[in-house]
Write a protein that binds this ligand. Structure first.
Ligand SMILES: [Mg+2]
Length: 409
């Protein structure tokens, strides 16, 4: 099962994606996702200029050995670019192994631990009426758990609110990265947000009742004491989780948050390795692991961090925005189906253009996802379609406070 070719594709069907395609001498092909939103060409170069040649002649079956070789031999470990590149190789090799075994990847990870994967969708609105409509739309689509994001009075543009228009014409919550040569500027006021958000959850609970699991993303914008205050003020509304309440770099902050609130905590979409979660899991400072297969080194480390988390009753809540390509998304569905400590999966639906380039076999029915039973990951990469969507420069927005200071977006 020798690898004879490793090719990198950068394509932009609605948004940019970086895809690795690995071909073996037997003709089996595997694909992997290496997309880092806003820095796509850096990871494409990492793969093309530094990794592809190292794979030629290697045995595609040796997934763990290849992962360790790429991680340790680079000397400069971790970081989003390195770990996305390694992730793409890892996914492609799992895809090949599944095809060689004629089994979906989840079977190779131990088989299904459940029938389907509970998913949550993103509802948002600039006012209560629009937010309620968005929640109803999601319920009609089958979602049984809903993330609630809202505009804040006095703030012009806030992360996660769909009604804000994008220059590209895409829904903002679907693709916040604006195309062009410079990131768009947004504004932020934490005090206004902390005052407003509990009133929104109060209204949502009054309208939709106590049962539906509700989630919220703080997007790394609060100090520890602000996050603690928010968690406490949201307790009456029984959130499924409060996500990214403080910046991901300072994991110590969650110790303080934890001391003050019983609102469950989720974090980790910007984490790259198990070491970022080491203390958080062991000290039970979080409830959900938000890692994404694509930014965490692939399927192999995602399975390992979840096995570690299982000992502490910490569950999965893998990052699933649309900048995780259908390949990366499939990778985490296979892990989610196999592990015992599955929690929930974020699911934003990819656009028709994306689905033309990446033909997915996963399903979403009655609020539950399933990766399907095709051998490997179950995603086909259509190279011809990819060619008709060339890369377009795009940047995620950034925030400034009212006095002009740059703030976490
Ligand atoms: Mg988040």
């Amino acid at each position: 099962m020798k690898i004879i070719k490793a090719e990198v594709f950068v394509t932009s069907p609605s948004r940019n994606f970086v895809t690795l395609k690995v071909t073996t001498e037997s003709g089996l092909v595997g694909i992997g996702d290496a997309t880092v939103n806003g820095r796509e060409l850096a990871v494409a170069s990492y793969l093309k200029d530094h990794v592809a040649q190292l794979l030629i002649g290697k045995d595609a079956h040796r997934i763990e050995d290849t992962w360790q070789f790429l991680y340790r031999s680079s000397y400069w470990r971790r970081g989003p670019i390195t770990m996305a590149a390694i992730a793409a190789v890892d996914m492609a090799l799992w895809d090949i192994k599944g095809k060689a075994a004629n089994m979906p990847v989840y079977q190779l990870l131990g088989g299904a631990s459940r029938n389907g994967l509970r998913a949550y969708g993103h509802a948002s609105g600039t006012d209560t009426e629009q937010l309620f409509d968005s929640i109803r739309e999601h319920l009609e689509l089958g979602y049984k758990s809903i993330r609630v994001q809202t505009a804040v009075p006095g703030i012009k543009a806030v992360y996660g609110v769909a009604a804000q228009t994008q220059a590209s014409g895409e829904r903002y919550d679907y693709e916040p990265a604006g195309r062009g040569a410079f990131p768009q500027e947004e504004d932020w006021d934490t005090r206004a947000y902390l005052r407003h958000l509990p009133t929104v959850f109060e209204a949502v609970r009054n309208e939709f009742g106590p049962e539906i699991p509700l989630l919220h993303d703080g997007h790394h914008r609060m100090t520890p004491i602000q996050a603690a205050k928010l968690g406490k003020s949201l307790e009456p509304y029984d959130l499924f989780w409060l996500e990214d309440c403080t910046p991901g770099e300072n994991q110590e902050a969650l110790r303080l948050v934890r001391q003050h609130t019983t609102t469950p905590i989720a974090i980790g979409e910007v984490f790259n390795t198990i070491y970022d979660f080491q203390s958080l899991i062991k000290e039970q400072l979080i409830d959900y692991v938000r890692a994404a297969s694509t930014h965490f080194g692939g399927i192999s480390p995602l399975k390992k961090v979840m096995d570690y988390a299982a000992q502490y009753q910490v569950k999965s809540g893998f990052h699933g925005p649309t900048d995780i390509s259908p390949v990366g998304f499939a990778a985490q569905l296979h892990v989610g189906l196999a592990i015992h400590n599955y929690g929930i999966q974020e699911y934003m639906q990819h656009s028709d253009a994306t689905n033309t380039v990446f033909e997915q076999s996963m399903t979403f029915k009655d609020g539950y996802l399933h990766p399907g039973d095709k051998p490997g990951l179950g995603v086909e990469f259509n190279e011809e379609a990819a060619l008709s969507y060339p890369y377009q420069q795009a940047y995620l927005p950034y925030n400034r406070l009212i006095d002009g200071t740059v703030h976490d977006w």
